[in-house]
Structure formats: C-alpha cells, structure tokens
Design a protein around this ligand. Structure first.
Ligand code: SAM
Length: 280
C-alpha cells in the first residue's frame, strides 16, 4: 500500500516519518529549546523542516543529521549551506564529538520512534559535550525515562538516563499534530546532563544523589541490564553472577526486592563495590 503524502513527499514508515503540522506545538517546542544566535544546535531528523525553519529564525546556523536522501535534497534547496550544515546519514552512527569545537551542544529532534531507545543510548557517550537536549518521543517512552523507583515504568532506560541527566516531561502532543498521525500520544522531554561543566573539566561522572561517581560505566551498565533482564525476579537471583545475598544485604539492599525497587544511587553503589573487587 502506498504511504500518505505530505507536501509532495510520501512518508516513509521505515524512517519513522510522522511530520509535525501543528503550528502551536511547533512554537512550544522552539520556545522550550530557546535557541540563541551563537548556539551550536543539531537537529536530528529535520524531515521537511517543520521545526528547522522556526529554529533558524532565531539563529545564525544549524547542523542537521538526516538519513532520507529525498528530504536532504529538499532541505538543501530550501536552506543555503552557510545557514545549515547537512550531515547525511544515520544518527545512530553520527559522531557528535565532531561538532564539539563549536561549543556545548544543544540537540533537538522529533525522533523516529523505531530508533529512539537506541539513539538515547548512542547519545550517552556524548553527554559530557551536551548543554541540553529536547526530544519528541512516544509518551510511553518518556514516562519510562522519568519514572521513579517503585513504579512499573522504572527500568533500564530510567536508571541509565537518570544517572547522566536531569529529565523533565514538558508537555504531551496528541496524534493529530502529525501527518500521518501516529497511533499513540507523544511527549516532549528536556534532558540536561548532570554537572556537565564538572564532567567536562575532570572527565569524572558525578552522581547527584549521593555525590558518588560510577567508577566503571561498562560494569554499571551490565549490572543494570542483568537486574532488569527478568524484572519479576528478585535481585538475589538476577544478580547472582555478580554478588552474593549476604553482600547485597551488607550494601543495604534487601536481596528479595526486585530491580524496580531500588534507586539509581543503589545501582551506583552496587557497581562501585564490584569495581573495587575487580583484580588489578
Ligand atoms: N522533524 C520533522 C518534523 O518534526 O516534522 C520530521 C520528524 S520524523 C518523526 C523523523 C525524521 O527522522 C525523518 O525526517 C526521518 O527521515 C529521519 N530519520 C529516520 N531515521 C533516521 C536516522 N537513523 N538518522 C537520521 N535521521 C533519521
């Protein structure tokens, strides 16, 4: 079946194309991003330029990362290169550090839903270079990102992102703000790296909750992944390969609770205890 056309472009499902068509919502997004003339701003997936145009009204220059060649051609026709640098390709492979010389990065995007979690994990590596990020995502994903321990939405995404960012759900966007309309509600989330200035100066990751820094990020990620691999199971089972029941209890973590019941700071303490034990 042929896809739905918007301004002469057939929306491509495989690229998660749902174009924003509601001027009021576009204005609210641009106001939330609050671009300033000299900012280094990158838009992921500019599409037909619904947010791009209004953003560029406030600034001298913008970077965009877009995968769809037809859309790139249209963007290149509409915006001159001195106003917009187009990075053609997959945002999941884009090296955002290429732009760091221009200053702390502001990143914005009405993200393709099919790659949103993968993209959030890809962006973690660049958190120290980021000033702030504003994304449109499925509301359900945003709810998981900002969820508190003890809730059913609290999961791997919550722990990994909350360790790196302050996050705030700004507002909900209904399906009729897009063409074609998605089946679900969307939401705008603001993400600000925790202590980005400090992280940039020292290369150390700070955890706000108790001031502790994760010593080994890969180990931290593995522990969190294992804990949530079977979220109905108790931590003494899911973390068996990492730590015994008595040692869990010694850390103040009840071995019979589940992954969703302990806080980000508990995962940090857990991972750091394991890092201390590692030989060498
Ligand atoms: N920003 C536009 C708007 O708000 O109307 C378009 C948003 S649409 C939800 C997602 C955009 O991301 C599309 O332009 C799509 O081609 C692009 N895209 C999809 N996958 C991508 C990827 N892996 N890397 C870069 N851009 C991608």
């Amino acid at each position: 079946m042929k896809g739905q056309k918007h301004r002469g472009h057939v929306a491509r499902k495989r690229f998660g194309q749902n174009f924003l068509v509601a001027p009021g919502i576009i204005r609210k997004i641009v106001d939330a991003v609050a671009p300033q003339a000299g900012d280094t701003l990158v838009e992921i997936g500019p599409g037909l330029g619904a947010i791009t145009g209004p953003l560029l009204e406030c600034m001298d220059h913008l970077h965009v990362v877009e995968i769809d060649r037809d859309l790139i051609q249209r963007l290149a026709n509409r915006f001159p290169p001195e106003r917009m640098t187009i990075h053609e390709g997959d945002a999941l492979e884009f090296d955002f550090a290429r732009l760091k010389a221009d200053g702390p990065l502001k990143i914005v995007g009405n993200l393709p839903y099919n790659i949103s979690s993968a993209l959030l994990f890809h962006l973690l590596a660049f958190a120290p270079l980021v000033h702030d990020m504003h994304f449109m995502l499925q509301k359900e994903v945003v709810d998981r990102m900002v969820a508190e321990p003890g809730s059913k939405d609290f999961g791997r995404l919550s722990v990994m992102l909350q360790y790196h960012y302050h996050m705030e759900r700004l507002f909900i966007v209904p399906p009729d703000a897009f063409s074609p309309a998605p089946k679900v509600d969307s939401a705008i989330v603001r993400m600000i790296p925790i202590d980005s200035a400090e992280v940039m100066r020292s290369g150390i990751q700070q955890d706000e909750a108790d001031g502790a820094a994760v010593q080994d990020l890969a180990l931290f990620a593995n522990v969190v992944k294992a804990a949530f691999s079977q979220r109905r199971k108790m931590l003494r089972n899911t973390l068996r390969e990492f730590i015994g029941e008595a040692d869990l209890a010694a850390l103040g973590i009840t071995p019979t609770v589940r992954a969703e019941d302990i806080a980000v700071a508990d995962y940090v303490r857990l991972a750091n205890t394991l890092a201390d034990r590692k030989p060498g």
